[in-house]
Design a protein. Structure first.
Length: 199
């Protein structure tokens, strides 16, 4: 089994020769930090480049394994999430939760992908009634989301193919029981990058 440093070098090899993140970090910059053994910074830079450039899910799997070996649990979870998006597509929305007194949740929840609420996305059950679909939820920029708050979220559907009809501007509802506890406006839908191919 490769160690974390070898995994990070292999991930770096997957970068296109001319690539940079929004901060203008290049592949050669990453290699320079590797030479200085700044491994946590190397991981951070690779994640940053990966968020800006289309890369195969194998890239993210290498980062996930490296982060796990380095005991960087939050980074490992994010890299695993991104690997799933590359394989199954990206769904982002602006979510507004109802306040508790409006029938919303009573407590805040962690935004790191553990919550698996139901979503009303316009699908119908075989009997014609409205159906709901399961998707894990990742909140961008903030660690927790409380009743009455709004944030941009990423969704990882249990059955991604049932979400392909969504377009930016569509409104979907979040459920944790019969009534909705939040409303979200879709802001981005991207197809899988490499659904059938692992390098």
């Amino acid at each position: 089994m490769d160690d974390a440093f070898t995994l990070l070098r292999r991930a770096t090899d997957l970068l296109p020769e001319i690539t940079h993140a929004e901060s203008w970090v290049t592949r050669e910059d990453v290699r320079e930090y590797q030479r200085h053994q700044e491994w946590e910074l190397v991981l951070d830079l690779l994640m940053e480049i990966g968020d800006d450039c289309p890369l195969p899910s194998h890239f993210w799997s290498l980062l996930t394994e490296a982060a796990e070996q380095m005991m960087l649990e939050d980074s490992a979870r994010w890299c695993d999430w991104r690997a799933g998006e590359v394989r199954h597509g990206t769904f982002r929305a602006r979510l507004s939760l109802l306040r508790t007194e409006e029938g919303g949740r009573r407590t805040a929840f962690s935004g790191d992908g553990h919550l698996r609420p139901l979503w009303g996305i316009g699908n119908r059950a075989p009997n014609g009634e409205r159906a709901v679909n399961v998707a894990r939820l990742w909140v961008e920029q903030v660690p927790r989301m409380a009743p009455g708050e709004s944030a941009t979220v990423r969704l990882a559907p249990l059955s991604p193919e049932q979400w392909r009809h969504l377009r930016p501007g569509d409104v979907i509802t979040m459920h944790e029981g019969r009534p909705a506890v939040g409303t979200a406006t879709v802001i981005e839908v991207r197809p899988p990058v490499d659904p059938d191919h692992e390098r």
